[in-house]
Design a binder for this molecule. Structure first.
Ligand SMILES: [Mg+2]
Length: 124
């Protein structure tokens, strides 16, 4: 099943509604958690700790997921649709940097590869 930013945001919104409704607007706390996770990401990047055999603990893959998690949570506290914002920002960047590629130009290709399991050699 395809996983989109919008779906991740809806999932987290529902998850927090069910488990931590009092935290749903605690933006400052989530921002500090995001910075904490960015620090953890810096450490695993410095150590080049990549995921091996689907063991994600203590890896770049884990910390990138943690960073994304808190970016999505913060967007939710403001009721921001990150998919829409990404499109709008890419429209601005296309003008600013003169790019011609649009996000929808490659959407089909991405969908076709959603079930692909990347091996380590594919990432190099
Ligand atoms: Mg972490």
């Amino acid at each position: 099943m395809s996983l989109t930013i919008r779906k991740m945001q809806k999932y987290l919104k529902e998850k927090y509604k069910r488990t931590k409704p009092e935290d749903m607007k605690n933006t400052q706390r989530y921002f500090l958690k995001l910075i904490e996770e960015v620090g953890e990401l810096a450490e695993v990047i410095r150590k080049n700790q990549r995921m091996v055999d689907n063991n994600i603990k203590g890896t770049i893959e884990e910390e990138l997921s943690d960073v994304l998690y808190y970016v999505l949570i913060i967007a939710n506290t403001y009721d921001i649709d990150l998919e829409e914002c990404f499109r709008m920002k890419e429209d601005l960047n296309r003008i600013k940097y003169g790019h011609t590629l649009k996000i929808d130009d490659i959407a089909e290709d991405i969908c076709a590869n959603t079930n692909t399991k990347f091996s380590r050699k594919d990432r190099i």
